[in-house]
Design a protein around this ligand. Structure first.
Ligand code: GTP
Length: 395
């Protein structure tokens, strides 16, 4: 929701690049937060209950974000067990973002002064109509909460029976799925043999919409804690971060290659998801920090409202052996983090972009212009920077 969130610059140059995931001294490790989303009735609470039954999640705090609906969900979440934190009248109902901030702060206070058990993870269940972006923005931009919590991942629950109609009718549902790190398909047990082709078509539709997201079938037992949590880049235990899994750049590139990500002709243009594209920008070249900074600033200033999500790993020219990780939700950029080393042999810069109402070629041209890759009929970087109509700060 671009209008709601404060714009935030994230200069690569000048801003201290965070080291991750080196063991920290002093401030405590940020607590991973998983955002559980999915359209009305898709099965979020059912999945949450199943997850909370796993002893591995015994020390999980749960926030249920009901955005002003009559708060009933908490009645259906498993009764409070040791280690599961429920606040107020048995849950925490956040009606607006301010309440989410207050709730997250309250959790920390309770933990810090031993009023609450020392929970090591938070799951936020959003309402079915929620745009997940403001919740993620809150975690990314709040000056204090951003230090104590970190986004672990966005899990989207999709109802196999109703999803096609829901995705056609409700843009929120499309956005929830497009931004997800994991998609859980529920109610596949209700799909009769005759409905299997439709189910396969739905899976393809979701793959097109979110090629980077793992697709898991709840009824097949695939949506367990191990598969859903730990989707984020940073690992508090100090393990090497699973960048490949987080970025899923190969899956996005393969989807593009097969036309899944880039061929709107194969989609009904009236469908909301025909407006969403996922694609990867990749280059072997090391990028000077200042160039990267300018590219991101121009991207944010000119197309920020269209970028639903961007994740990336970048070879910065000044320190090519310690890549920088980028993570943006719409026009809000998470502070860049520097990894101690490349996580695997692929040492290219890769930016995975999920955009809405924007031709990937426009971004690719911009990227190439900044890299100095000549293109016919496309402005180079100097032309972009010298343009008197360029956004302030770029001239
Ligand atoms: N058969 C079947 N039913 C399911 C499955 N997942 C959820 N349900 C049912 O779907 C209904 C809605 O599930 P909830 O978990 O309440 O859905 P929700 O997304 O939390 O709903 P809201 O909070 O209203 O948005 C319930 O009756 C569940 O029992 C599934 O995999 N198979």
């Amino acid at each position: 929701m671009p209008g709601n969130a404060p714009a935030q610059d994230a200069p690569i140059q000048g801003a201290p690049i965070q080291d991750a995931p080196a063991p920290r001294r002093g401030p405590p490790e940020p607590i991973p937060v998983t955002v559980l989303t999915g359209f009305l009735g898709a099965g979020k609470t059912t999945l949450l209950n199943a997850l909370l039954a796993d002893p591995a999640l015994a020390d999980t705090a749960v926030l249920i974000n009901e955005f002003g609906e009559v708060g009933l969900d908490h009645l259906f979440v498993r009764p409070v067990e040791e280690g599961i934190v429920m606040l107020a009248s048995g849950c925490l109902c956040c009606t607006v973002r301010g309440d989410l901030v207050a709730a997250l702060e309250d959790l920390l206070r309770g933990r810090d002064n031993d009023r609450l058990p020392p929970f090591s993870r938070v799951i936020i269940e959003t309402t079915g109509l929620a745009d997940p972006a403001p919740v993620i923005h809150t975690l990314m931009t709040h000056p204090y909460l951003g230090l104590r919590y970190r986004l672990d991942g966005l899990v989207c629950v999709v109802d196999a029976v109703n999803a096609d109609a829901t995705l056609d009718a409700h843009e929120e549902a499309v956005k929830q799925a497009a931004m997800a790190d994991r998609i859980v398909l529920t109610k596949t047990d209700l799909v009769a043999e005759a409905g299997r082709p439709q189910l396969d078509a739905l899976k393809l539709r979701l793959k097109r919409l979110a090629p980077a997201a793992g697709l898991l079938d709840a009824a097949a037992g695939e949506a367990d804690a191990a598969a859903l949590l730990g989707a984020g880049l940073y690992d508090a235990s100090g393990k090497a971060p699973d960048v490949a899994r987080w970025l899923a750049a190969e899956a996005v590139a393969a989807a593009e290659h097969h036309g899944a990500g880039l061929d709107p002709a194969s989609l009904d243009p009236n469908r909301h998801d025909a407006r969403i594209r996922a694609f990867t920008l990749a280059t072997d070249a090391a990028i000077p920090a200042g160039t990267l900074d300018l590219f991101l600033e121009l991207l944010r200033a000119t197309h920020g409202g269209h970028v639903l999500r961007m994740k990336g790993i970048v070879k910065v020219a000044e320190e090519p052996s310690t890549p920088v990780v980028l993570h943006a939700v719409q026009h809000v950029m998470h502070p860049p983090a520097r990894l101690p080393a490349w996580p695997d042999e692929d040492q290219r810069t890769r930016l995975v972009m999920i955009v809405r109402d924007l031709d990937p070629k426009v971004i690719a041209r911009l990227f190439n212009a900044f890299l100095g890759v000549p293109e016919v009929d496309a402005p180079d970087r100097a032309a972009l920077m010298d343009n008197p109509l360029a956004p302030p700060g770029l001239r």
